[in-house]
Design a protein around this ligand. Structure first.
Ligand code: GLN
Length: 490
């Protein structure tokens, strides 16, 4: 048998149910490995005692034949899901002392399913970023290495970079993540993992530290499509505590999973396939070939609003963020920096408590919402958002899914990262549109660039097409046989 930490989530579930190992052994193996790989900085807070106590209870339940769907399976939880009694920071100094008195719905669903929590994973501060370099707790390092220069530290992608590095380095079987403009799919692509951002409203946002509420969605980062199906069906639920939660029955994605693309109409978006670099172009062509071999047909479509997506996102997301982050004032919770007057206390707290990228977003957001500019920026952006959504709706009358590269390039080295924010924002050029339209999107690891670093293909479907996406993603997964590229060792 493989090392316990090398198992996928679904394999580990089998192993536990067939009594090949105990939940305590499995959990201990992950705790030991987390200890060995602290240099990746994947976790902000580790919770080994809690994990072992949960695993002990799981062993008891398994012995009594009372196992729940994720019984005894050790996971990483992105540090923006509030966890009762466990510090939750959103990787910000301003929340560095915040211990939530309540549990997020997503993490509660996982606990109710018997999962074991290894700790809270690192992330970009308030989920703002694409490389996990804005965390107040330091950057996260990917376990992947460039062939040409193995000494270079590679970024895992962001904002869910800690979750991505934790899963890729086998420091958790799977992890939760969140995606406002690409933060599940982009780190999935950079780190050789599967990541799905579900339809807006499928997972409850209750207890998730808010970034841009109309775009934020939870989802998993996993080794395989099957693992992603199992995680998502557990994380998702209708929740009265979130007014935007969808009241739909959550399918058993895993039992219903059947790799298939027969008769499927796959759209290739003109605007997403122009100006691709050679690696991305080759990958997209491979993806098309794999789906055609599986019985799909290719259709060339155009999403004319594409070039407006990033500017629209960078008005709407900061606008909502500036409003959401107004609550961090040093009075109610979080870090406080005193001042002579109340205004000075606010200013000192927010100046010291927020990092540079967060302050930049608050400034932009406040500006686009201000009285003189609201119509010119925010209202206009909302109108464009509507057009982007209509563009997708029209395209889905012609095709079943869209196939795109997840990111324009593979991951970059920490010391070669773009220094200007706008270049960094371009990482999400293929992912933000999906959030603006509230659609589901999945990234599947599909190949490597000429330096051996992972590349992902993204599938985008209409609202609530998660099952179809899993089925097609499984076709890509089988064809790509990504396992052969994995270089993670000891
Ligand atoms: N990289 C994008 C941003 O910085 C998206 C982040 C996210 O999805 N949370 O806003």
């Amino acid at each position: 048998m493989k090392a316990l930490t090398d198992l996928t989530l679904t394999e580990a579930r089998e192993a536990l149910l067939n009594k090949k190992c105990s939940a305590v052994d499995l959990t201990q193996a992950f705790i030991d490995r987390m200890e060995k790989h602290k240099d990746l900085n994947a976790y902000i807070t580790e919770t080994p005692e809690i994990a072992l106590a949960q695993a002990k209870e799981s062993d008891q339940r398994i012995a009594e034949n009372k196992a729940r769907p994720l019984e005894g399976l050790p996971l990483g939880i992105k540090d923006l899901f509030c966890t009762k009694g466990i510090r939750t920071t959103a990787a910000s100094k301003i929340l560095s002392n915040f211990v939530p008195p309540y549990e997020s719905t997503v993490s509660q669903n996982l606990l109710d399913a018997g999962a074991v929590f290894l700790g809270k994973t690192n992330m970009d501060e308030f989920a703002m970023g694409s490389a996990n370099i804005t965390s107040a707790f330091g950057p996260v390092i990917s376990p992947w290495k460039k062939k040409s220069n193995p000494g270079k530290q590679i970024v895992p992608g962001g904002s869910s970079g800690g979750s991505a590095a934790a899963v890729a380095a086998h420091l958790a079987l799977a992890a939760t993540a969140s995606d406002t403009g690409g933060s599940i799919r982009q780190p999935a692509a950079f780190s050789g993992l599967v990541g799905i951002k579900p339809t807006y409203g499928l997972c409850s946002r209750y207890g998730m530290v808010a970034f841009a509420s109309s775009l934020d969605q939870a989802g998993p980062l996993t080794h395989t499509v099957r693992d992603a199906a199992l995680m998502l069906q557990t994380m998702a639920s209708h929740d009265k505590k979130d007014a935007t939660s969808l009241n739909v029955k959550i399918p058993d994605y895993l039992s219903n999973l059947s790799p298939s693309a027969k008769g499927l109409k796959v759209g290739i978006v003109k605007e997403y396939s122009e100006n691709l670099n050679e690696d991305a172009q080759k990958l997209l062509q491979k993806g098309m070939d794999w789906l055609v071999q599986a019985g799909a047909t290719i259709h060339h479509v155009s999403l004319k609003t594409t070039s407006y997506a990033l500017p629209t996102y960078y008005i709407i997301a900061p606008a909502e963020a500036s409003s959401n982050l107004a609550r961090y004032d040093g009075v109610r919770y979080g870090v406080r920096v005193e001042g002579k007057t109340l205004d000075e206390l606010y200013e000192n707290t927010r100046r010291e408590g927020f990092g540079e990228e967060v302050r930049r977003r608050i400034m932009i957001g406040t500006y686009v919402l201000s009285a003189g500019y609201y119509d010119a920026y925010y209202l206009k952006a909302q109108k464009v958002q509507k057009l982007i959504t209509q563009d997708f709706e029209n395209t889905f009358k012609e095709v079943d899914v869209l196939l795109t590269p997840t990111t324009p390039t593979a991951a970059f080295a920490l010391d070669e990262r773009p220094t200007d924010p706008v270049t960094m924002y371009l990482n999400d050029i293929f992912t933000v549109t999906v959030n603006l339209a509230g659609l589901p999107g999945i990234s599947v690891p599909s190949g490597v660039d000429n330096d051996g670093l992972p590349l992902g293909l993204q599938l985008i479907g209409p609202h609530l097409s998660e099952q179809t996406l899993f089925n097609i993603a499984a076709v890509l997964e089988d064809a790509a046989d990504f396992k052969k590229h994995i270089q993670i060792g000891e």
